[in-house]
Design a protein around this ligand. Structure first.
Ligand SMILES: [Zn+2]
Ligand SMILES: [Zn+2]
Length: 605
């Protein structure tokens, strides 16, 4: 497995960052020369390289990209200085008079104090209009850049791909052409990056999902961002959810179910209508009563309502842990949908723990164990925890005393767990501190999966109470928690993590029987039956294809075991076992194979 070249520590201040930012400017120069009349917008460095968004007079092709890349290399070899200069508003407007997007950004910098990408400036920085020039190209830019293009190795720069992107990410604004490029310090790093990318592409869950026949989208018929799972895909979904359910039950969770539509009033009370309106689907109105309903975007208000309906609660019943596999609907922007990792219908493994303030620490410690057990089962053992704490400012409601105690409780539990964690001050939700788990997959990519959040606000808003030891009513604290995040997203991550070769326990088909000739089919059917009765998921490939083709098909389907049957096997009542890796285990008794499979399943491999 090739590793992705590491980014330098403190990347935004590194030489590589300046190289990439300068390469973006050089690309913009080459594009302007190639497409006279093109309009330029913004072009920042990103994790894997850089991009620049253009408004072009005609659609761009891969042929164009090659020519633009060749011109970039010439410009780099020209050894041009990158020179910074501050300009007055008048001068800026004059310089960019033919560049309407830049003019818009200039006005933003002046009126709203943003940076040249239209983002708010970090605190303490005052807006300035500065430009960078190299050769004939001038960009509105705060830098930083290399001093001279000679610092860029032309053999370590490559244009990668073309995509569409809305101006300012806004669907109502013009669609621009985004050109992605990458740049590294050395050609060797570039080669390594390209190799890594090649492997990553083969693992793309959208490609593998089709190849393995796990799920489909039908944007025209069903709607964008709504995955449909095939029988095989549904096996994986179901196994994931059953596994999590089984572990949760051991940890004292109670499973509930709360429906898909909810009266809009409840979201007004909980505060979601005010804060999450843009991701909620529009209301459905009851023609008779005029009542307004919403597709459920999250489960918290439903679980809290259920808590209330179940009667008065005593401190003795707490902590009370509700869990639900709940499909919720979120109106994600079309351009941001991405396979299973960004969808509009998602099934959360959503839990809400109702507890006393004193129980926060022990509940959090229990959740840390639970997360480790569940992620560990998927060999996602390399992760970091980000503890998000309160910052300055009025966004953090409720009393500081509660915050201090809760933050101290989370920190103490994390310290005791021995987990690696970083603190992020000012990143907490307005309703309480939280911990997020960022796991690394086999390609070294980071995914935010599990999250645990403390909530002081919603329980009070929705009027939840419990009777304390003092006989008085108190407001419980709620911990929101998801481990997979959503079944869909987690499945997408796992497909890439395993490159489609799920561990045996999770494989939709665990063994395929491969008869060499038609006369071996009845014996194969009989063995398949026997294995199915023992709990394995087994198919018989009785197609007319030749044995080698059948083996290749099964390997492509990433089936863990192939059981080949010819005259010898029928006679000795055996099966010849091959693994998807190509390893040949030879003939064995059916009972011995079954034992091996059961051992692999138990071991989680
Ligand atoms: Zn720039
Ligand atoms: Zn919640």
């Amino acid at each position: 497995m090739v590793e992705k070249p590491q980014l330098p520590e403190n990347y935004p201040e590194s030489r590589l960052y300046r190289i990439r930012h300068s390469a973006a400017h050089i690309m913009a120069q080459a594009v302007l020369e190639y497409f006279p009349g093109a309009k330029i917008t913004i072009g920042p460095p990103i994790e894997d390289g850089f991009y620049y968004d253009f408004d072009l007079p005609r659609p761009i092709t891969h042929d164009d990209l090659e020519k633009i890349e060749a011109r970039m290399k010439e410009i780099i070899k020209g050894k041009h200085d990158f020179v910074r200069r501050e300009v007055t508003p008048e001068e800026a407007r004059e310089l960019f008079k033919d560049q309407p997007y830049k003019l818009e950004l200039i006005e933003d910098i002046l009126s709203r104090g943003t940076d040249e990408y239209g983002n708010p400036l970090p605190e303490g920085q005052t807006p300035t209009l500065s430009i960078y020039q190299h050769d004939t190209f001038i960009d509105l830019c705060r830098g930083p850049h290399v001093a001279n293009s000679a610092e860029i190795n032309p053999k370590a720069v490559k244009l990668m791909s073309i995509a569409g992107a809305y101006w300012r990410g806004d669907e109502t604004k013009p669609m621009l052409t985004r050109i992605y490029g990458t740049a590294w310090e050395s050609p060797k790093e570039l080669r390594q990056y390209l190799q890594w990318l090649e492997e990553a592409k083969k693992r793309d869950h959208r490609v593998l999902g089709k190849q393995l026949g796990l799920f489909y989208f039908a944007p025209d018929e069903i709607g964008p961002g709504i995955p449909m799972f095939t029988p095989k895909g549904e096996i994986v979904r179901h196994l994931l959810e059953s596994f999590v359910r089984e572990v949760q039950t051991r940890y004292g969770f109670l499973h509930v179910w709360t429906g898909n539509i909810v009266k809009e009033d409840l979201y007004a009370k909980s505060g979601h209508l005010q804060n999450y309106a843009d991701v909620m689907y529009p209301p459905m109105v009851d023609q008779n009563s005029g009542e307004r309903f919403r597709l459920k975007p999250m489960n918290c208000p439903s679980h809290m309502t259920l808590y209330k309906k179940m009667g008065k609660h005593s401190y003795r019943e707490l902590p009370l842990r509700f869990s639900e596999f709940a499909t919720v609907y979120r109106y994600e922007k079309k351009g941001e949908l991405h396979g299973l990792t960004r969808v509009r219908s998602l099934t959360q493994d959503d839990c809400h723990i109702f507890c006393t303030p004193e129980q926060i620490q022990s509940e959090f410690a229990m959740l840390l164990e639970l997360v480790q057990e569940i992620l560990g089962r998927f060999h996602l053992t390399d992760y970091q925890v980000r503890l998000s704490l309160r910052g300055e400012g009025g966004k953090y409601v409720d009393d500081p005393e509660k915050w201090n105690k809760a933050e101290a409780a989370l920190r103490a539990a994390l310290d005791a767990s021995g987990l690696d964690y970083v603190e992020a001050t000012g990143e907490a939700a307005f309703y309480g501190p939280k911990a997020d788990f960022i796991a690394q997959d086999t390609l070294g990519r980071e995914w935010q999966l599990s999250t645990i959040q403390v909530d002081f606000i919603q329980p009070a808003r929705l009027g939840l109470t419990y009777i304390g030891p003092d006989g008085e009513e108190h407001t419980p604290v709620v911990l929101h928690r998801a481990i997979m995040g959503s079944t869909e997203r987690f499945m997408g991550v796992l497909i890439e993590h395993y490159a489609g070769a799920f561990p045996v326990w999770l494989s939709p088909v665990q063994a395929v029987l491969i008869p060499i000739a038609d006369r071996h089919v009845p014996y194969c059917q009989q063995v398949a039956q026997e294995l199915r009765r023992a709990g394995l998921r087994v198919e018989v490939d009785d197609s007319s294809a030749r044995m080698n083709a059948k083996i290749r098909t099964a390997q492509k389907q990433k089936v863990p075991y192939m059981l080949v049957v010819g005259d010898k096997e029928v006679e000795s009542q055996q099966v010849a076992v091959r693994l998807r890796s190509g390893e040949n285990l030879g003939p064995m008794q059916v009972a011995d194979f079954l034992q091996k499979a059961q051992e692999d399943i138990a071991a989680g491999i």
